[in-house]
Ligand binder design. Structure first.
Ligand code: NAD
Length: 482
């Protein structure tokens, strides 16, 4: 029995359809959903961008994107050909009048309409205006916007206001692809679908939480963009904040978009301010034949951080006394994203001083492989007496769900289908984004006022030594990046 639930017929317009994001993520994701049988026969995907080209050329572009990002055995020629029949192209200029009446003629009014704004945020206002001017968008149309959502509170607020001038909040889908990951949703299922965890999910039983997003890549071709941003803006304010919220939030009364987002917002508003000097900032050096950060961004005096480690405290009844440690960086030892919930030690060990002291640890892994593991203490098998060992209780989907686990859509696939379904649960609401900037703004401002210099760290390391110290001085250790 297929677990794929078809969506209603839609017209999806991808503004910026010829761009990098469309090529690498959006178009391959749509092909996969088509292959899974989730795209209704009458649905259409319309590429819209500034490049002068026709549908034929755009189809060739989409075909190449599929060839590049989807393994050949999963993209048989016939399937690609069938998919391409759903695709057309209109050349439009967001800032001008060209192409808009063509687009208006193509977008049907009697099906679900979604507009993916895969263009620079400076164009969002123009697109929104044109869509209304030409009567293309209506009160139920959906728009999808990408990060970065502003670069501080002021710009995010302005962006929200621009969108709000044309669309209702229920029409706006702010993508954070971390929220589209299977494991992130499974985290909610595990937390709220079992009685086992929630009673222990507080400062009395949780010693601390670690969230690590480690990358092996450097800034590569994105140096100019990244240098204006840095790890705090690029990772902490959005992705890591969202993960922290899902761990820390109170149980929503229902699994409904606003119920969940209200709870996340409360967490962000309860974050203690962090002293900027307490945060470890790093910048990678040259290594393994690859250029240093400053070479990559072509600014020898850049003070932008490519690494951050920080302790975050949440000032509420549930979490007072349980620190959340966040760590993210580029050019680290391995590519790995995980959340680790470390429970406290049993209050008394009946097995002697050393035995039975290992804490229970819940590891929620997002990258490179997804899965949830609970480490528990058991007796080592055999006649050796009461020797205790630490073993993983694995909740990896592949084993539990068998062959069906192969159908698990990736983040973009799921999120795009959620847009069509009209489900905003996994998208950020405007007030959440602003609250997160309100928390990060003073930190970033203090660094720049002081001209703070990040600490250099080795390529292939776990970041600057000071990041280790951050936990050592609290009597804790980071989990290995591996
Ligand atoms: P890109 O530069 O590769 O593509 C930009 C697209 O916008 C092109 O299709 C171009 O034709 C179109 N465009 C530019 N000016 C236009 C105009 N006046 N009218 C109509 N179309 C116009 O950019 P990208 O990397 O695909 O990024 C798109 C958006 O997604 C940006 O907001 C970016 O910040 C965000 N984003 C990208 C990535 C990524 O991996 N590329 C990741 C996260 C977020």
């Amino acid at each position: 029995v297929s677990r794929v639930i078809p969506v209603e017929t839609f017209d999806l317009v991808i503004f910026g359809g010829t761009g990098d994001l469309a090529r690498r993520k959006i178009l391959p994701a749509l092909f996969r959903r088509f292959q899974a049988g989730q795209m209704p026969e009458e649905s259409r995907i319309i590429g819209a961008a500034r490049s002068e080209m026709g549908t034929k050329e755009f189809r060739a572009f989409v075909g190449e994107a599929i060839g590049e990002f989807i393994p050949a055995e999963e993209a048989p020629a016939k399937a690609v050909e069938n998919f391409l029949r759903h695709i057309s192209y209109v050349a439009v200029d967001a800032r001008g009048t060209d192409g808009w009446s063509d687009l208006s003629a193509q977008v049907r009014q009697d099906v679900i309409q979604a507009f993916y704004f895969s263009v620079a945020p400076a164009l969002f206002g123009d697109l929104a205006e044109r869509l209304h001017e030409h009567g293309i968008a209506g009160p139920e149309s959906r728009i999808v916007v990408e990060k970065p959502f502003g670069r501080d509170l002021e710009s995010a607020h302005a962006l929200n206001a621009t969108l709000a001038a044309h669309f209702d909040e229920h029409q706006i889908y702010r993508i954070d692809h971390y929220l589209g990951k299977e494991t992130v949703q499974n985290l909610m299922a595990v937390r709220f679908g079992n009685i086992l965890f929630e009673p222990l999910w507080n400062a009395q039983y949780v010693d601390h939480v670690q969230i690590t997003v480690a990358e092996t890549v450097g800034v590569e071709g994105r140096g100019a963009y990244y240098d204006l941003s840095g790890a705090m803006r690029d990772m902490v304010q959005n992705h890591m904040m969202q993960l922290l919220c899902l761990i820390a939030m109170e149980p929503p009364s229902q699994f409904e978009p606003d119920a969940v987002r209200d709870e996340k917002l409360k967490v962000i508003r309860a974050l203690d301010p962090v002293a900027p000097a307490e945060i470890v900032r790093g910048q990678y050096k040259a290594g393994n034949g690859r250029p240093s950060y400053v070479e990559g961004v072509e600014n020898p005096d850049s003070r932008t951080e490519s690494f951050i480690a920080m302790r975050v405290d949440i000032a509420n009844w549930r979490w007072k006394g349980t620190p959340f440690y966040l760590r993210t960086g580029k050019r680290l030892k391995s590519r790995m994203s995980e959340i680790v919930v470390t429970f406290r030690e049993p209050p008394h060990s009946i097995f002697g001083e050393e035995a039975g002291k290992s804490a229970n640890v819940l590891v929620i892994r997002l990258q490179p492989d997804e899965g949830i593991t609970l480490r528990v203490t058991i007796k080592e098998p055999g006649p050796g007496g009461m020797r205790l060992v630490d073993v993983p209780l694995d909740m990896t989907f592949a084993e539990a769900l068998g062959p069906d686990a192969d159908d698990i859509p990736d983040a973009y696939e799921r999120l795009i289908m959620d847009v069509i379904r009209g489900n905003q649960t996994l998208f950020m609401r405007g007030d959440e984004v602003e609250a997160a900037w309100a928390w990060t703004d003073p930190i970033i401002a203090a660094w720049s006022d002081k001209g703070d210099r990040p600490l250099p760290y080795e390529t292939g390391s776990t970041g600057p030594e000071d990041a280790l110290m951050l936990l050592h001085r609290d009597g804790r250790r980071w989990r290995e990046i591996e």
